[in-house]
Design a protein around this ligand. Structure first.
Ligand SMILES: *Cc1c(COP(=O)(O)O)cnc(C)c1O
Length: 381
């Protein structure tokens, strides 16, 4: 029997069977009492993932659109921005800011490392006129977790400087308490930690950020959060609601809260710990110096092409993980820990990797299975 397909990428992710069922349910019109209820509940519940009292907006666009929404709603042409670039997504946000005519101070961080808080502090004192610091919570291309809480401690006392955070592979995967930390703009994405198909992003702004939302002069129409806010207050979305995804999001949120957010985060952290442990047992090194819970990057030894391994894994084992991008092409395997993933999927991944690159460790397939059972016992979910 063919093993079922496992999508273990750092987004998009395996969908829960209930999500798949909801996605194929008959379409509802978005102006119906039935959908009104779903929307109202979702707008309330998603705030608990952001851990905020502020409104959260559901916009139909991929995560990058949400990143754009944070910029255009808070910045004006020529505004100075400090953009932390520690990988592909940091690079994208800096590029986006330049396209919009912002004055971008790009801080390149060695791939695999987190930005040093001390360096951000230096930059902020060199550039006291900074409107916003842009940073990923988790830089998915390198599996690095950045010290957002500490960076927020630097920006929080500055009345004219915002901290905008791309938490697309963090929000929903581990705790990012927006209000408690003092994050000013936060974005999450549907196909990552929200365990849904691609197509929506979720954004929120602090009270401090709202001061700038009112005066920002970058062009904005589709992403104008003031209009979305007005519509939400009437129980609607500004444009046609993304009924299919919102209906599934409503279920995902209720499922998370029925377990409890701490347990949900612990499950993801457990998969990350499992991957780090067995990745090393199988002969890989951990690439990230500051590993995130949502994705693990396993470095392959010299002489092995990770791109080939990931393709074989897909064709022969029916499992998708990702390789590396740019300077990491061929050098790492990236395993996502978000989404509907069972321990069986994880064991299949480790056994599959052992079978495809047997030469990099002494452990046998049998031994992998034995140690996996032992690990499960010691680390119950
Ligand atoms: C996936 C991802 C994005 C958004 O990508 P889209 O393809 O636009 O959804 C942005 N930032 C990070 C860190 C991501 O992992």
């Amino acid at each position: 029997m063919q093993d079922s397909y496992a999508l273990l990428a750092p987004g998009p992710v395996n969908l829960h069977p209930k999500v798949r069922e909801l996605l194929s349910a008959p379409m509802l019109h978005h102006r119906t009492p039935e959908f009104d209820k779903i929307l109202a509940r979702t707008l309330q519940n998603i705030k608990k993932i952001f851990q905020t009292e502020q409104s959260v907006y559901l916009i139909s666009c991929t995560g990058s659109g949400g990143m754009e929404a944070l910029l255009v709603n808070t910045c004006s042409p020529g505004d100075k921005i400090i953009a932390i670039n520690s990988g592909k997504f940091g690079e994208r946000w800096a590029e986006m800011a330049r396209v919009f005519g912002l004055n971008v101070i790009e801080e390149k961080v060695n791939w695999g490392s987190a930005v040093e808080v001390k360096r951000v502090e230096e930059l902020l004192s060199q550039h006291p006129d900074t409107r916003a610091v842009l940073c990923q919570a988790c830089e998915t291309s390198t599996a690095v977790r950045h010290p957002i809480e500490k960076i927020a401690q630097l920006t929080k006392p500055l009345p004219n400087t915002l901290l905008l955070v791309d938490a697309i592979t963090a929000l929903g995967a581990y705790s990012i308490p927006m209000d408690a930390w003092g994050v000013d703009g936060l974005v999450g994405g549907s196909q990552k930690a929200f365990m849904l198909p691609t197509g929506m992003s979720f954004v929120s702004f602090s009270q401090k950020a709202w001061g700038f939302v009112k005066t920002a002069k970058l062009p904005r129409f589709y992403f104008d959060v003031r209009e979305e806010d007005k519509a939400n207050k009437k129980g609607e979305t500004w444009f046609s609601s993304n009924v299919a995804i919102i209906r599934a999001l409503d279920w995902v949120l209720s499922d998370i809260f029925s377990k409890g957010l701490p347990k949900h985060f612990a499950e993801i952290e457990r998969r990350a710990a499992m991957t780090r442990h067995f990745g090393e047992r199988l002969g890989f090194k951990l690439y990230s110096q500051a590993p995130a819970a949502s994705v693990t990057a396993l470095q392959v030894p010299e002489g092995i092409d990770s791109q080939k391994v990931r393709t074989q894994l897909e064709q022969e084992k029916n499992i998708t993980i990702m390789g590396g991008q740019d300077q990491l092409k061929g050098k790492v395997l990236r395993v996502g820990h978000m989404g509907y993933i069972t321990d069986d999927d994880m064991l299949r991944l480790f056994v599959g990797l052992k079978e495809l690159v047997p030469q990099i460790s002494d452990i046998s397939v049998e031994q992998v299975k034995i140690e996996f059972a032992k690990w499960q016992k010691e680390n119950p979910c």
